[in-house]
Design a protein around this ligand. Structure first.
Ligand code: FES
Ligand SMILES: [Fe+2]
Length: 387
């Protein structure tokens, strides 16, 4: 196992978060400000934008962002907002992918033009602006960090970087060689009528696996483990050689081929990493995906997801990837039902707070971290917010 330490054994909260924090508009605005905008968000993988001018968009918590590869092959991040009259600059396709032609970002409103380094290069009727210096009107930038090939941005600076946050887990992650991976599919966007924390907590909830996911429990054969530190939760399980249960599970157990670059202990391990506050990496021997919970409102969240893997022409690998997808399609359907049940209960006003088992170290760590940012999340009822 990696070097993560357990959290919340003695000093953590014994009660989970109160129901009102899953539905309250003002609390949600506080979360955007104190939790979500100061956090790192993945945009895509560096292989998704291989050529100069290739870009990917991400709209997160009201901030429109894009990352683009420059003529010098560097990847940069910018706000997708024109400096003239604030128009959105780049559209891209439904998944936010596109290409800037001739190395230029051209605003569709009045034609201001920027280069791929964000510098203002062209202004129609420039002489009509008083005291105008192009140098002062380049695109605004969020922070950017590339971690094992994944491109992250952060709207509000301060606090640890991605690599720093993930340092305790580096030994567990480095063997997968994320940087050499390529997308195995397209971005999927799944809207859910629930609070973002309802999804995040369900992801890190260990107790429901044997009860609510028969397929996943058959696959992990009781080996499910939880670990947590301040910023990262880790759930993992090992797939036995002979699986039981559905044919997808049995087939996956049987066909999953050895992945030579992984050490033997990881060749049949399923890992789930949750990076505070809203980003999950599902790391399997056959592929990895990220799953990002994008909050749209107190009761609305978009799940943004895409898988990546190493080029591998083996038929057994194709079978394992397909069966993995089938197993997780079933798990997702089960989880969708669970999170909707929970959100309905949180919305009802009947639920105030529930107890957290000593074994729910991830849920304890998540509740503690949220309360550090927003101390009112300890109260069973919403505070009287000033008008
Ligand atoms: S808003 Fe972009 S050129 Fe005017
Ligand atoms: Fe689940």
């Amino acid at each position: 196992m990696s070097s993560g330490r357990s959290a919340g054994e003695a000093g953590g909260p014994k009660l989970g978060l109160p129901g009102w924090v899953y539905r309250d508009e003002r609390f949600f605005r506080g979360e955007i400000d104190k939790v979500l905008l100061p956090s790192w968000q993945v945009v895509c993988h560096q292989s998704d934008i291989p050529a100069p001018g290739d870009f990917r968009r991400l709209d997160f918590a009201g901030k429109p962002i894009f990352v683009v590869r420059g003529e010098d092959t560097e990847v940069r991040a910018f706000y997708n907002v024109c400096r003239h009259r604030a128009s959105r600059l780049l559209d891209g396709d439904a998944s936010g992918a596109g290409h800037c032609r001739r190395g230029r970002i051209v605003c569709p409103y009045h034609g201001w033009t920027y280069d791929l380094e964000g510098r203002l290069r062209g202004v129609p009727d420039r002489a009509a602006y008083d005291d105008f210096e192009d140098a002062g009107w380049g695109l605004n930038t969020p922070e950017i960090e590339i971690w094992h090939g994944f491109i992250f941005i952060r709207c509000r600076p301060g606090g640890a970087g991605v690599a720093e946050m993930m340092a305790p887990w580096e030994d567990a992650i480095a063997p997968y060689r994320f940087a050499d991976m390529r997308a195995l599919g397209r971005v999927t966007l799944r809207p859910r009528a629930v609070n973002w924390k309802t999804i995040v907590e369900n992801y890190a909830d260990g107790l429901h696996i044997p009860v609510a996911h028969p397929g996943l429990s058959a696959l992990s054969a009781g080996s499910y483990r939880l670990e947590a530190d301040e910023s990262v939760m880790h759930m993992s399980a090992d797939v036995p050689e002979q699986g039981t249960g559905s044919w997808s599970v049995r087939g996956y157990s049987r066909y999953l081929p050895p992945v030579e670059h992984l050490p033997p202990a990881l060749r049949r391990r399923w890992n789930y990493f949750l990076l505070w506050p809203n980003l999950a990496f599902d790391i399997y021997p056959d592929q990895v995906d990220f799953m990002q919970m994008i909050p749209l409102g107190p009761r609305h969240t978009l799940i943004r997801e895409i898988p990546y893997g190493h080029p591998d022409g083996r038929r057994e690998m194709a079978a394992a990837r397909y069966l993995n997808w089938r197993i997780n399609r079933q798990v997702n359907a089960e989880d969708r039902d669970l999170i909707e049940r929970v959100q309905a209960g949180m919305d009802s006003g009947v639920f105030r707070q529930g107890p957290l088992s000593r074994n729910e170290i991830c849920l304890r760590a998540l509740a503690q971290r949220l309360r550090e940012a927003l101390p009112e999340a300890i109260e069973p009822d919403p505070p009287a917010y000033p008008e």
